[in-house]
Design a protein around this ligand. Structure first.
Ligand SMILES: Nc1ncnc2c1ncn2[C@@H]1O[C@H](COP(=O)(O)OP(=O)(O)OP(=O)(O)O)[C@@H](O)[C@H]1O
Ligand SMILES: [Mg+2]
Length: 506
């Protein structure tokens, strides 16, 4: 291959070069620099006119090819005067086919038509991945597309928290769909943190004593209802207890008079708690949680897990649709469901053969550092930290990555970064990826719909990738206003609307 330029300066992993054949150079294209028998490979980061028809460019070095092998990173650096070439087709194939043996690609490399971006799927799925991008950038489509690629694998186990009922049809027969609002999710499957999140208002001045008293009542109720587990029972054990015990005992304390006629120590302290408790307990929308009909005994717990996670049906994907649950409990339920997946595998001695991917859509809603409810964040932090040991990994999907706790995002080894227009979000992602890659993030605001920058240890290089369109697409919530307005709509059945509203029937 003929030299088309030469290196004039070397600054660590960035080199400056000059060329008179600038028509072959563009930002994002590749160069190959001779170093003895090896070639150092770089990607062009900037171009500027130097003098006459000489163009000066900078390139970030990313790897080395020698003896028919490509390796990422390079300790050897070129020297000023070294010849710069455009890599041959064969050299490019050497790079991009590094992971071809897995035959797993998320899409085509945007700047290299016809070349797939092969990745290492073991690393991609087992080390936590984040899919980020502004609303409408194509995250849900990317998630559907990625999962459709693995859904057919006979042993795949994926649990997806679907907050907006988008994925019901996306996987056809390969997925089990559980509508959480209709499915029973018994309150006693919650751990104590989740119960507190559901019943105790952190702004209530009595919140601390409510928490302490409630923990005693729950523990005692669990012990008395489950004598055979008495020794090992904790307030977090997945054992049946009677929720009305909480009400009866706290009511007694709230109105207690001591033998001398004086007020008891908690007199009047729990009135606010009890009012809220009653409101929720009698709300029809919460029946699936507080008034279980099927799962009313400790013995039903395994049957509950079997149905919830589709263990019997053997489907590879379980879509847990949370769109119909009251928003007040979405966070507690996200925590409960994620924790059940984690705890299940933690206690499963065969977990090495049952790795589970937990997909958390709209994660900024419940993994937010600033929100008053922190249960889900704490749970996911634990899953993220310990998941590898127990064969559980997470796919965090968010349109506001800056609102997802850094403790969670910083543990992701791979990123699918779709278009992000908010500078704060861009800067946040910049903080999470290695410094040598931050230049590449400049493309993020300019990505097209359905295009993502793939970064991380599962990818041979950070590459702009046109994610394969999913088939079928997830259900887009977009309503085409103008198109809808252009035709006469059917008459509104007002009575039906009002009736559903009153009966809280979705
Ligand atoms: N890979 C793709 N191929 C073709 N079209 C796509 C692709 N990705 C996204 N789109 C189009 O973009 C639209 C929005 O995509 P999507 O619903 O995935 O966005 P999103 O990032 O999940 O948005 P939100 O944050 O609001 O949930 C889709 O309805 C689809 O028309
Ligand atoms: Mg989406």
């Amino acid at each position: 291959m003929e030299a088309t330029g030469k290196i004039v300066a070397v600054r660590g992993a960035t080199v400056v070069g000059e060329t008179t054949a600038a028509e072959n150079f563009s930002v994002g294209s590749y160069v190959s620099i001779k170093l003895g028998e090896s070639k150092i490979l770089g990607v062009i980061a900037s171009l500027e006119l130097a003098s006459g028809d000489t163009v000066r460019f900078t390139a970030n070095l990313f790897g080395k090819s020698s003896g028919g092998r490509f390796e990422r990173g390079t300790e050897e650096l070129p020297y000023p005067g070294a010849e710069v070439e455009l890599p041959s087709e064969g050299e490019l194939d050497l790079i991009f086919n590094t992971y071809r043996r897995f035959d797993f690609a998320l899409g085509e490399i945007s700047l290299l038509k016809g070349k797939k971006n092969y990745i290492d799927p073991d690393k991609f799925f087992s080390r936590h991945v984040a899919v980020v991008g502004a609303t409408g950038s194509g995250k849900s489509c990317a998630v559907a597309s990625i999962l459709q690629k693995v859904a057919k694998l006979p042993g795949a186990r994926i649990i997806l928290l679907d907050l907006h009922d988008e994925y019901g049809e996306a996987f056809g027969e390969l997925a089990e769909r559980v509508n959480i609002g209709e499915f029973e999710l018994p309150y006693w499957a919650m751990n104590f943190d989740e119960l507190v999140e559901t019943f105790v208002d952190p702004d209530d001045p009595a919140a601390r004593s409510e928490t302490v008293v409630m923990s005693e009542i729950v523990l005692n109720s669990k012990r008395s209802k489950n004598p055979s587990y008495k020794e090992s029972t904790t307030v977090d054990s997945p054992l049946y207890f009677d929720l009305s015990d909480v009400k009866v005992k706290m009511q007694a304390l709230d109105t207690e008079r001591l033998p001398n006629g004086k007020e008891g120590p908690f007199y009047g302290n729990f009135t606010r708690f009890l009012f809220k408790f009653d409101t929720k307990f009698n709300d029809k929308r919460f029946e699936f949680l507080f008034k279980p009909k099927k799962f009313k005994t400790t013995e039903t717990f395994s049957q509950f897990l079997e149905l919830l996670f589709g263990l019997k049906s053997g489907k590879s994907i379980v879509v847990l649709n949370l769109s119909n649950v009251p928003p007040e409990v979405t966070n507690a339920l996200a925590s409960l469901l994620a924790r059940l997946v984690f705890d299940f595998n933690m206690w499963n001695p065969y977990r090495a053969n049952l790795p589970i991917l937990l997909v958390l859509e709209e994660a900024h809603n419940y993994l937010n550092m600033r929100s008053s409810s922190q249960t889900a964040r704490r749970t996911i932090e634990r899953v993220i930290k310990e998941g590898r040991k127990y064969g559980v990994s997470c796919m965090i999907v968010s349109q506001r990555p800056i609102d997802v706790a850094e403790s969670i995002m910083s543990q992701c080894s791979n990123f699918v970064a779709m278009r992000l227009s908010n500078p704060d979000d861009q800067a946040y992602i910049g903080k999470l990826v290695p410094e040598s890659m931050t230049d590449l993030l400049d493309v993020i605001p300019a990505l097209k719909q359905g295009e993502g920058l793939l970064l991380g240890d599962a990818c041979i290089l950070p590459l702009r990738t046109k994610i394969d369109p999913p088939d079928p697409f997830p259900k887009s919530k977009d309503v085409d206003f103008y198109t809808k307005w252009s035709i006469l709509p059917p008459a509104v059945d007002l009575e039906n609307v009002v009736e559903r509203w009153r009966k809280i029937s979705y």
